[in-house]
Design a protein around this ligand. Structure first.
Ligand code: NAD
Length: 367
């Protein structure tokens, strides 16, 4: 039976979800809310949604599923508003917020007792781009789409959501909201704080030491890439996951202190162990092979420094979609090959490996 889906917030996430829903359910009617006219127009023109409004409450009673794809604070404000609206019985309400406890707690507080179902969700994909104009039907491909069930999630809620979102080609997974926030504080929120702190420290240092700017290369770039993230989103993430993040900061200070002491004692063995342990742990995590947030399938090609060599490889890959291509010109100590090509999925990676190996003499490494 065709359903009516209400996407509220036609930003990068909401508009990309609309496209993904349409892919597998072209018969579903998609309604869209956005406060600015620009994203409403883009979403209508590009066929992402069927009807648009700037009045959040007006479409809510029509929907079988309401997905809140807004900043965390606004998601909570709309959950409160939904509690007082005359919604369809059994409507599913979900969201896309990057932290989950605050949102799930708000839903349990305001929606309990209403004939609605709620399931918190966090699609772990994104980019630094914002707005409907950046929407991409493949944004969530192979990414984890995390559900955080609660007392308002009945057993059929998840099945209906997975069916609705099948066209996103994401990997669905369920986890407790608090555990979600703990895990993401370590692997996402805290690294963003570190990247921005390092960036800030270096910028100040570079005022006195001009060469710092010039010498900053591969390692520094890898460590600070995420410092270019959208500040508003990250502010709300930190503010909605305070305690857990503060714990990570305290823990990290102790680690910095410990390595500082090893250096001050001149303890060669401790310092060697520090690096060696981290290297082994990183290798064991197989970080390069993972899908999910900002993680792709990478292939490294050891290419000679000859004319047109990169063009030749790209020609072989015609028809395969590349996520990124990178030429490592810097210090090659820790890089496998000079050309790094990132793919979105394992099939594309394997195809590329086969094509390059069969048609050239270059060494191909998959890490
Ligand atoms: P975006 O900036 O592209 O879109 C945000 C949307 O919210 C826009 O439609 C904007 O008009 C609307 N909005 C903002 N403030 C509002 C307000 N006060 N009232 C009404 N509407 C308002 O952002 P996005 O990347 O699509 O993020 C949406 C949600 O998805 C956020 O909760 C974010 O934490 C989460 N998320 C983002 C990413 C990512 O990397 N971009 C990844 C996973 C989850």
């Amino acid at each position: 039976m065709a359903k009516t889906i209400y996407i509220t917030g036609l930003g990068l996430i909401g508009a990309s979800m609309a496209l993904g829903i349409k892919r597998d359910h072209p018969d579903y009617e998609i309604l869209g809310y956005n406060r600015s006219q620009a994203s409403r127009d883009i979403a209508l023109e590009r066929g992402m949604i069927d009807r648009a409004t700037d009045d959040f409450a007006s479409f809510a009673p029509l929907a079988d599923v309401i997905i809140l794809t807004l900043p965390i604070k606004q998601t909570i404000a709309f959950i409160k508003e939904l509690a007082d609206l005359d919604l369809k019985e059994g409507v599913i309400i979900s969201d896309a917020g990057s932290t989950k406890s605050a949102i799930v707690d708000a839903a349990e507080e305001h929606l309990a007792g209403n004939p609605v179902r709620f399931v918190g969700a966090h699609p772990m994909a994104g980019s630094h781009k914002t707005g409907a104009a950046s929407a991409d039907v493949n944004l969530f491909e192979n990414a984890y789409y995390i559900f955080t069930p609660s007392s308002l999630t009945s057993p059929d809620t998840l099945e209906e959501m997975k069916d609705l979102l099948s066209g996103l080609h994401a990997r669905f997974i369920e986890i407790d909201a608090k555990e979600h926030d703990r895990v993401t504080s370590q692997i996402s929120h805290f690294p963003h704080i570190l990247a921005s702190s390092l960036m800030e420290q270096t910028a100040v240092y570079a005022q006195e030491h001009e060469m710092a700017r010039r010498f900053a290369a591969g390692g520094f770039r890898d460590m600070t890439r995420i410092a270019e993230s959208e500040p508003g989103m990250w502010t709300s993430i930190l503010l909605s996951n305070r305690e857990t993040i503060l714990e990570r900061i305290a823990d990290f200070k102790e680690r910095l202190e410990a390595i500082g002491q090893s250096i001050s004692k001149g303890d060669e063995e401790q310092i060697w162990n520090f690096f060696n342990q981290a290297r082994e742990q990183r290798q064991a995590m197989e970080i390069h092979k993972r899908g999910g947030v900002d993680s792709f399938y990478d292939l490294y090609v050891d290419v000679p420094d000859e004319e047109d060599v990169i063009l030749r490889i790209l020609e072989l890959l015609r028809g395969t979609s590349l996520v990124n291509i990178h030429i490592n010109e810097e210090n090659r100590e820790d890089v496998h090959g000079i050309l790094q090509i990132s793919f979105k999925n394992a099939q594309d990676l394997e195809r590329a490996e086969r094509l390059i190996t069969e048609n050239t003499d270059y060494t191909v490494v998959i890490k």
